[in-house]
Design a protein around this ligand. Structure first.
Ligand code: C2E
Ligand code: CA
Ligand code: CA
Length: 715
């Protein structure tokens, strides 16, 4: 069975729709990281440039200060004043650079800045006096006395790219100074490091590959040296901070997004669930949960549309529970509900996934089978359904038994329209019911018109009474001798708006089966009594079904109808059949006595078709017997019947009863019946059943004495 497969898929789709959110968050985080990384690199480059620039600047300022300071301290005012600019330094440097030494001493003429002598050697400052001496000694300036070398203040000079890193000035005599140099000391580096905020500034040999290095080449062609320091981590740290922040932000955003999403999803799901429930409710039977008629018809229409051109067909099984009403009446509605639910489940268990079972209402179900290859598989299922229904239903220890009747039709064989296929199944169901219920029947095209009409009666007769679609026609019974109208028999007709005039032979028994005979009979009797008043002196025969007669209120109803109509009871003749008498003779007798005490006349209808007619004649107080038409029919063929008719008439007369012969069609019959002493004759020879108006007309003609009644056209 198919019930609501669609909605659950939505729920399954939800995690997928989270993917874009995650991807988005991922992208945002990724690009943030990229941007941050680039910014960090730029920041680092910028920072490096700044460090180098500051270093260069500081070195320049340092050397300047150093020179100025030296000039002031050593009283070399004029010299340095005069060469305050870079000239002196340039000259010093160019001189120094010519030497191949890391450390270096130089003698300068204080007066004019002329370089008098120079010498380079490593570790010059530790031995600078020695060096100075040897320099002085070896120089052409013999006049100088190395003992005059004073203790000068060591100063430091750092010069961008030039290699002078530290310098000590030693005044020699009045006019000469010794300038000694050596690499910058740790103190200087520490100071610079602090001032410039460049961490771990130190001097190394060579030019390391790291970006945080600044060349301070040795003197001349000496292997270059570099200032190196630890790169500032600020941008990276910022990046890390930013990263952490970004990560936290992203995670928060993601959490919020997920939370929002879940909320949205929850409410969307709730809406979907509500919608699904509403549409489910609209399309399903609330009790059994099975699809309803609308869904069934849709499915059937779809299956017919999907029918391939060959091989397979679609089958419809209409199921009608038997004795369900009894269950309801005996055990209550809860028990009825349980039976409906259990039966639905039992049938569902017999079906394939693709089959549909629906509850059409009340105790009616329908099953739709697709891809049917043979009728056998369908009838097998039908039998299984019947077996399932026949298994007892148990509730609270109470065992209930029902049955089911099944009508089967096929598409395309029995139609290609939903309505046609359903109608065919319904007709088949109707036949199965008539055949005794708790069985199945397949629709056959030869199912007769009669069956169709019987079904129609079933469906519409009750409404027909309300809609006044019933009508009465009257057939005269004439005096056998004079041919004058003695009484009329009321015969009911159904004027169906679509199917025209329907004969009582078709619908009376159906009305009896469906419990409609009582209201129908009451209607007939009322109408007949009212019409009878148009024909003073005439009796009106009314047919009474056995079921109607057995109804406890029957006698009361007859009395009421007579008094309502204001008709003398003696003009109403009830035509009863043997069926009235067979089942409960005592009750029948009592009823008849009551009717007789009302003054109503009683006729035994269809005499001769039953089995013990003579007994009835003796026991029950009839006023009249009506010899059945079949007697006359067989009379034609054999002489025996003629004798029988003769004796019946004779017997009737002997018992003091009136005798009517029905179905008189020929003059020959009339003559015979007249001859054997039949009182009244009824048949087409005199008149077919006609409308009340036509009876009026006949009576008018008769009373005018224009002539005898003549055959009339049937209504
Ligand atoms: P019935 O009581 O035996 O009524 C006589 C039937 O024989 C009528 O058929 C009538 O039209 C028909 N008939 C009369 N003369 C001739 C004739 O010369 N030749 C032939 N071939 N038929 C003739 P109808 O009207 O179709 O009624 C059939 C049966 O339906 C009635 O048989 C009666 O049993 C039942 N019926 C009719 N009306 C009522 C009613 O109001 N209540 C009940 N309970 N049954 C009714
Ligand atoms: Ca009759
Ligand atoms: Ca009859």
């Amino acid at each position: 069975m198919k019930i609501l497969p669609a909605r659950t898929q939505k729920a399954r789709g939800v995690p997928l729709s989270l993917l874009p959110v995650f991807l988005l968050v991922l992208c945002v985080m990724g690009s943030m990281a990229l941007v941050a990384d680039r910014a960090t690199r730029r920041q680092e480059t910028f920072e490096l440039d700044r460090e180098k620039r500051q270093l260069a600047q500081s070195l320049a300022i340092e050397s300047e200060n150093l020179l100025v300071g030296l000039a002031r301290d050593e009283g070399l005012g004029e010299l340095f004043q005069a060469h305050r600019n870079r000239d002196l330094v340039e000259r010093l440097l160019s001189s120094l650079n010519r030497r191949q030494a890391t450390d270096f001493v130089i003698l300068i003429n204080k007066a004019d800045g002329e370089i008098l002598a120079e010498a380079g050697e490593s570790d010059v400052l530790t031995r600078r006096r020695l060096l100075a001496h040897s320099l002085i000694d070896s120089s052409r300036l013999r006049g100088l006395d190395s003992s005059t070398i004073g203790i000068g203040r060591e100063a430091r000079l750092l010069q961008d790219g030039q290699g002078i890193i530290s310098m000590a000035m030693l005044p020699i005599g009045r006019s000469i100074i010794l300038v000694a140099t050596r690499p910058v000391g740790a103190t200087t580096l520490r100071r610079l490091s602090t001032v410039l905020g460049i961490p771990e500034l130190r001097l190394v040999n060579g030019t390391p590959a790291q970006p945080t290095s600044y060349p301070v080449s040795g003197f001349g062609d000496t292997p270059p040296m570099s200032l190196v320091w630890t790169p500032s981590r600020a941008p990276a740290e910022t990046l890390v901070d930013l990263g952490i922040f970004g990560l936290l932000a992203s995670v928060s955003v993601a959490i919020i997004a997920v939370a929002l999403f879940r909320r949205m999803r929850a409410s969307t799901e709730a809406i979907l669930m509500r919608e699904a429930k509403a549409s489910h409710d609209a399309r399903h039977d609330p009790l059994s949960g099975l699809p309803n008629r609308a869904v069934f018809c849709e499915s059937l229409a779809q299956s017919i549309e999907d029918l391939p051109n060959h091989d397979t067909s679609v089958a419809v099984l209409l199921l009608d529970l038997d004795k369900f009403k009894d269950v309801n009446d005996t055990f209550g509605h809860a028990a009825g509900d349980k039976v409906i639910i259990d039966f639905g489940n039992r049938v569902r268990a017999l079906l394939r996934q693709t089959d549909v079972i629906a509850r059409l209402g009340g105790d009616e179900f329908a099953v739709l089978l697709t891809s049917v290859r043979s009728h056998n598989e369908v009838t097998r299922l039908a039998q299984a359904v019947i077996d399932a229904a026949n298994r007892p239903f148990v509730m609270d220890g109470v065992t209930m038994r029902i049955g089911v009747t099944v009508g089967i039709s096929f598409a395309p064989d029995d139609g290609l329209e939903v309505a046609a296929v359903l109608r065919a199944a319904d007709t088949a169901l109707y036949r199965a019911k008539n055949e005794g219920r708790n069985r199945f029947a397949l629709y056959e095209h030869r199912m007769t018109e009669n069956e169709r009409i019987r079904k129609l009666v079933d469906d519409e007769l009750r409404g027909a009474i309300d809609r006044d679609e019933l009508a009465l026609v009257y057939q005269p019974q004439v005096f056998a001798d004079s041919g004058k109208i003695a009484s009329v028999e009321a015969l009911v007709r159904w004027r169906h708006p679509l199917h025209g005039l329907i004969s009582p032979a078709t619908f009376i028994s159906a009305a009896e089966e469906r419990g409609l005979i009582v209201p129908l009979g009451e209607w007939v009797m009322k109408r007949a009594c009212l019409d009878a008043k148009r024909w003073p002196g005439l009796r009106v025969g009314v047919n009474v079904s056995a079921i109607q007669f057995r109804h406890p209120d029957f006698v009361t109803d007859v009395g009421r109808i007579l008094s309502d109509a204001g008709l003398e009871p003696g003009r109403l003749e009830l035509e009863l059949t043997e069926g009235v008498l067979v089942e409960d003779e005592d009750h029948a007798e009592a009823g008849m006595m009551e009717l007789r005490s009302l003054g109503v006349k009683l006729a035994l209808d269809d005499f001769g078709t039953g089995y013990s007619s003579l007994i009835y004649l003796r026991r029950f107080a009839f006023d009249k017997i009506k010899i059945d038409k079949s007697f006359l029919d067989s009379m034609e063929a054999t002489g025996e019947s003629a004798i029988l008719v003769h004796s019946v008439v004779h017997l009737g007369r002997a018992l003091g009863l009136e005798v009517t012969a029905e179905g008189v069609e020929t003059e020959e019959q009339r003559r015979f019946l007249q001859a054997v002493g039949c009182h009244f004759l009824q048949g087409y020879l005199f008149s077919k059943p006609v409308s009340a108006d036509a009876i009026d007309e006949m009576l008018r003609i008769q009373n005018q004495g224009i002539g005898e009644t003549s055959p009339k056209t049937a209504a």
